[in-house]
Design a binder for this molecule. Structure first.
Ligand SMILES: Nc1ncnc2c1ncn2[C@@H]1O[C@H](COP(=O)(O)OP(=O)(O)OP(=O)(O)O)[C@@H](O)[C@H]1O
Length: 593
């Protein structure tokens, strides 16, 4: 219940925060517009009664009331629609920004990687549009509620038995809610196959995979899997839709019976002198209008509940992100330069649902050292890097930065002291200056800093070939934007990773996989030389690479095998030992000969 209230408050804040005056005007004009309908019915009743009794004065008063009501309704409907669209448009943009901040602001990566969190995130993203709908839903519910109350009062004046009509409206509302719940439950039950269907579609139409798909001829296979995933989604959602349609038919029957009963009753009352001809006209109008109002009430009520449900998920996501933020109230200070280095003490880690990936890793990374991490696929190299970067926390053991437990430090502070380049780098389609400069936000527009980082990444040649140099817009899908090759993008990403000055930790997780072995080797030699020149800064440079020719230049080589450290030492030491490293090195160099 508390989460529901928080969700309501949060969503109303999104709408009112985005367009406060329009939101307030939407409430007001909506109520005036909607209530004008039963009040108009009252005007019609008064006119008929005046005509029957020959009372011209009452007839004139009723005509004025009717004219005012119609005028107010017409004026309000225009403002209502204008306000509705304005609030919706601004709130949608605001909700999108909040969602981006929330999903992108989580300290860790679990919500991007673990299926049980992914489903929650997927549902919020799928219903993102509803996050902006609470003002509209509440305004709708209120205006329909006001109409129902005014109608009920008018009907009760004719005969209290007619109050059965609003009761039937409640039954109708309840049937509509069940029908809507069926749809939402079906959507949630099929969110995994739906995710798979979208993934297959994206894969089948993506530029990145186009070449492989053609060579391997797997387009038909993807199509078949897409068909199966879609069929699973459609059959479940169809079933819910049929049940919903049956409930709606029942709802229509109940409403129609109520309508007929109300008319028969009002005629009986008039015939027996308990009601006027005007009352019959009023009941005819209100009963007919009531079924439309009930339809609107059902739509708004169920929409309100749907929006609330999405809001609850949004709040869940916010709570999750807050709970993930494990930075202590008084975080330990990080040093400006490393003195003793980074230590891993018996670090253990496993992804949910899987076995242990890191199985007791103890490792000393000396300050200023250039360290290479090698191992076969799945050995745990990237996982180790993710723990070092603070994306995940160890299940057991500690990571110490100059003796301070990383768990006790401010994650954002630690991130600002690390630099990273990953193989799956982001293609930031901005002008080059920004695309590279965001690697160190305070210096994002600093042309000299960006140029220097690009030179260190050996990417100056990429920029020299672009029409507007650092100001060239990147991304072929934008007007005037230039598309780069995979290797060129990777070099820019590398430049971005080299923007930070004197980080405590610089990680390069296969950042040069798209470059040839020779270029990678030359680049890494430059990094290593730069790291050694600035050794007094204490930066630990950690590189993951499958190319042993590159790795050989590192000060320390760590061989991971099945989540454990199998060997460590310099190239010379490891070769002399004749273990796994020497074996893999020999194998690879034979391949190059
Ligand atoms: N998000 C995840 N959820 C569950 N298991 C995962 C996840 N990411 C990685 N793993 C598992 O953890 C193990 C180690 O993966 P990791 O990516 O750390 O290996 P790696 O040594 O970097 O491999 P590669 O050389 O192929 O990049 C693998 O068995 C992998 O299946």
């Amino acid at each position: 219940m508390r989460r529901t209230l928080r969700a309501y408050r949060e969503l109303m804040r999104i709408g009112f925060g985005a367009a406060p005056w329009h939101a307030a005007a939407q409430f007001l004009t909506g109520i005036v517009f909607e209530v004008s309908v039963p009040v108009g019915g009252l005007g019609a009743k008064m006119i008929v009664d005046a005509a029957v009794s020959g009372d011209t004065e009452q007839g004139m008063a009723a005509a004025v009331l009717l004219a005012l009501t119609v005028g107010a309704a017409l004026a309000c409907v225009f403002f209502y629609v204008h306000c509705l669209f304005t609030v919706q448009e601004r709130a949608t943009a605001a909700a999108g920004r909040r969602l981006m901040r929330l999903i992108g602001g989580a300290e860790g990566l679990a919500h991007h990687e673990y299926p049980e969190y992914l489903d929650q995130v997927q549902r919020v993203r799928e219903h993102q549009a509803q996050l902006s709908g609470m003002v509209n839903a509440t305004a709708g519910v209120l205006r329909v509620g006001a109409t129902l109350i005014v109608s009920a009062v008018l009907l009760a004046r004719v005969d209290p038995l007619l109050l059965c009509l609003p009761v039937l409206a409640a039954v109708s509302f309840w049937l509509g809610k069940i029908s809507r719940d069926l749809t939402v439950r079906a959507q949630e039950a099929t969110s995994e196959p739906e995710r798979l269907r979208r993934h297959l579609f994206e894969l089948g139409t993506s530029t990145a995979a186009a070449g492989e798909l053609r060579v391997f001829g797997v387009t038909a296979l993807l199509g078949e899997r897409h068909r199966r995933a879609a069929a699973a989604v459609i059959s479940e959602r169809n079933r819910a839709s049929w049940r919903g349609a049956a409930l709606q038919a029942l709802d229509a029957l109940v409403t129609a019976l109520g309508y007929v009963a109300a008319i028969v009753l009002s005629i009986w009352l008039a015939v027996h002198g308990h009601a006027t001809a005007g009352d019959v006209v009023l009941v005819l109008g209100l009963a007919a209008q009531l079924s439309a109002t009930v339809g609107t009430a059902v739509r708004y009520g169920t929409y309100f509940l749907l929006v609330l449900r999405v809001g609850r998920r949004f709040v869940w996501l916010r709570d999750y992100v807050a709970a993930e933020r494990r930075t202590p109230a008084e975080p330990a200070a990080l040093p400006d330069t490393l003195r003793t280095g980074i230590d891993l003490e018996d670090v253990r880690f496993g992804y949910p649902g899987g076995g242990g990936v890191l199985d007791g890793v103890s490792l000393h990374l000396p300050p200023g050292a250039v360290v290479a991490l090698v191992g076969e696929n799945g050995a745990g190299k990237t996982t180790l890097i993710k723990l070092l970067a603070g994306f995940h926390r160890p299940d057991a053991g500690r990571i110490l930065v100059d003796g301070a437990d990383l768990a006790g430090c401010d994650t954002a502070d630690w991130r600002s002291r690390t630099a990273a380049t990953f193989q799956d780098h982001a293609r930031l389609e901005f002008p080059v200056l920004e695309s590279v400069g965001v690697g160190d936000l305070p210096r994002a527009g600093d042309r000299a800093a960006v140029t220097e980082a690009l030179e260190r990444a050996d990417a100056a040649g990429v920029v020299a070939g672009l029409p507007d140099g650092l100001d060239t817009a990147l991304g072929g899908r934008w007007d005037g934007g230039v598309e780069l090759s995979g290797g060129q993008w990777q070099r820019l990403a590398l430049g971005r990773g080299l923007m930070r000055q004197a980080p405590l930790l610089a990680v390069f997780d296969e950042p040069t996989a798209a470059l040839d072995a020779h270029t990678e080797h030359a680049l890494f030699e430059r990094f290593a030389a730069a790291a050694r020149d600035g050794r007094e800064r204490g930066t630990v440079t950690l590189l993951v690479s499958h190319r042993f020719s590159t790795v050989a230049t590192a000060d320390l080589i760590v061989v991971l095998d099945g989540g454990r450290i199998r060997e460590q030492g310099s190239h010379r030491e490891l070769m002399a030992r004749g273990g796994l490293y020497a074996e893999l090195f020999e194998l690879q160099s034979r391949g190059y000969r």
